[in-house]
Design a protein around this ligand. Structure first.
Ligand SMILES: Nc1ncnc2c1ncn2[C@@H]1O[C@H](COP(=O)(O)OP(=O)(O)OP(=O)(O)O)[C@@H](O)[C@H]1O
Length: 358
């Protein structure tokens, strides 16, 4: 996938609105043919960044290079890239086919060639050919999303940008479309740059993910790297509910948690010079066992179960231990019957914990 020159290079991009740097020094290379997702909480600067990349706005400072050429001031309609919007922006008075052919028609491409290209793009977008004459207003939300994609593909852009295209679609269809989008990206070999606030969505389809926080990239990596080696507390916590324990390094080399009056063996990858911070354990990495026994030795925490939630194939428990509430998840198939009020023991392997300085 990696080529000599990345298709898109961002060099220290800043976009300011008054005193706010909505994008605050972003540098990034996007390789040809990859599906790169920019993910981050609301207000982190995703939309501002993608507007710069697409040419709807220009950066306050920094450079954007497309195949090595600076494009900072090239307007959107002069760039070989295309945006697929959340709001879809299809022409409601036109048929599906007319929408898909629109860009080709503007370029003066003949009817026969336009029709042939539209047929290819409908196929790529998993729409039946019979939809060519259908009114856009008669299409479902998911179908309209496919029409928008077919229309963007017909433009034959070098890069397709997606601004939360699936956020208004119900959960099941969204899951299907996420996978289809990845398939379409693979089939076409196009570079897709996608923004979403959902890390779950990003995980499913991306080759690489850039996690944004307050205008900066908090981490860039493959879904597996982001999940297994988050570089900071923000990325770890953005990925979902976790157990966070305030800890400090004790003289015996263990991590002491005052709140629980307990100490834990540190993970191997503890940052050098660490003295105080947070120990994070994911709910699925906490083992729960019945009774108050301390069979797991001094790593074990005793507590009382007070809530249980069914999450499809998994069960989540809430366990109170002193002033802390732990979240634990296990596969439903592995779970034994537990009741609120049950005394339980919690433990984890040091290698399953992560430590970040304060
Ligand atoms: N035109 C503007 N003028 C002033 N401030 C702006 C403008 N556009 C965005 N901002 C601010 O820049 C910051 C980043 O906004 P942006 O829309 O890029 O975030 P986002 O990550 O896309 O959020 P969301 O997920 O809610 O869409 C926010 O604080 C926002 O209020």
């Amino acid at each position: 996938m990696a080529s000599a020159t990345p298709i898109l290079q961002l060099r220290n991009i800043v976009k300011s609105f008054g005193s706010l740097n909505a994008v605050d020094g972003v540098s990034l290379d996007i390789e040809e043919g990859e599906l790169f997702t920019i993910v981050g909480p609301s207000g982190s600067g995703k939309t501002t960044l993608i507007r710069l990349l697409v040419g709807m706005d220009s950066p306050t400072s920094g450079d954007i290079l497309l195949r090595g050429k600076r494009i900072n001031d090239v307007p959107a309609n002069k760039r070989p890239t295309c945006m697929v919007f959340q709001s879809l922006a299809l022409f409601p008075h036109m048929s599906v086919g007319e929408n898909v052919e629109y860009s080709a028609k503007c370029k003066g491409i003949g009817k026969k060639e336009r029709r042939q290209r539209a047929a290819e793009c409908l196929k790529l977008s998993h729409l039946p050919q019979s939809y060519y004459d259908k009114a856009v207003t008669q299409c479902s939300g998911g179908e309209r999303q496919r029409v928008a994609l077919a229309r963007a593909l017909a433009f034959n852009p070098e890069i397709l940008f997606f601004d939360e295209p699936l956020s208004a679609i119900d959960y099941r269809l969204r899951k299907t479309l996420e996978k289809e989008l990845k398939d379409i990206q693979r089939e076409t070999g196009k570079t897709f740059v996608y923004i979403t606030h959902s890390l779950e969505e990003a995980m499913v389809m991306s080759d690489r993910i850039g996690v944004m926080r307050e205008g900066k990239l908090a981490q860039v990596g493959s879904p597996a790297t982001i999940y297994t080696q988050p570089e900071n507390r923000f990325v770890t916590e953005f990925m979902g509910e976790v157990n966070s324990l305030p800890v400090q390094l004790a003289d015996d080399g263990r991590l002491h948690c005052e709140t629980l009056d307990a100490s834990f063996e540190p993970p191997a990858g503890m940052p050098p010079g660490f003295s105080r911070g947070v120990l994070i354990v994911r709910p699925e990495n906490v083992a729960i066992s019945d009774g108050a026994a301390t069979e797991a030795g001094d790593k074990a925490i005793r507590g009382e179960l007070f809530n249980e939630y069914l999450l499809g194939s998994r069960i989540q428990y809430q366990v109170r231990s002193g002033a802390m509430v732990f979240l634990i998840e296990e596969l439903r198939a592995d779970a034994v019957t537990r009741l609120p009020g049950d005394k339980v023991t919690l433990s984890w392997q040091p290698g399953d914990s992560m430590v970040f300085p304060e």
